[in-house]
Design a protein around this ligand. Sequence first.
Ligand code: SF4
Length: 281
Amino acid sequence: MSKIKIAELFYSIQGEGRYMGVPSVFLRTFGCNFKCAGFGMPRGESSTEAEDIAQVVHHYSKYEELPLVSTGCDSYASWHPSFKDLSPMLTSEAIADRIMEILPYHNWIDEHLVITGGEPLLGWQRAYPDLLDHPKMAGLKEITFETNGTQKLTPEFKEYLQEWARWKNREITFSVSAKLPASGESWEDAIQPEIVCEYEDVGTAYLKFVVATEQDIEDAERAAQEFKDVGFKGHIYIMPVGGVETVYNLNAKNVALAAMNRGWRYSDRLQVPLFKNEWGT
Ligand code: SF4
């Protein structure tokens, strides 16, 4: 039976993107190909918050005890090697059992599954079919992969997902948070239009850029054009930076106005005002 290293598994309201407001099970896998240490920092500088917490990781016995950060990647513990022991390897059976426990009716009603990370399309692609074929997952109708859009689907997984979606008209979404230079990652590594276009062979894909400044919005325009140039058809969302309310409040309105001015969609981060972006939300 396949196993997946799980950073978090919880039930909440989807706070971002197409499914904003929809009750959702979040499966956060461990591992990412990026660090995104630039978020919330002056351009060219890197946050050290995750590294600082890593130095005192022995103070924490559970994922939920870890401090929230206001700069860098807000889910740092889902990929930084210092926190790997807080993320257990679970079998598909154990994951399906845990999902049944946290769903309010202990079965799927109208909830949606979010497979997130870290970067959920790294090596775990080979493990998802075993989980999704589990009898306890039979009532699931909608899945979103929250990805940074740099990982190609393997031919086997692509075929599997196409078949999964055909059965009973189920729906697959790729919420692609392609990383702009403000993340600290390089354009060449982070903007991969051909890879993202291929997600549209499987389901609905949209781009969700995290922005804080005019420069970020210009970068989003340039990136959006590169995606369109290779035939990407999906919607474009922009979303304010900020895993904590003080940061988020600084720019949410301006981001909404920038979206309106370009015919793009605005994504909130409902988990911030509702739940203060605590772990498990
Ligand atoms: S891609 Fe996402 S999970 Fe990975 S480091 Fe960047 S923000 Fe964090």
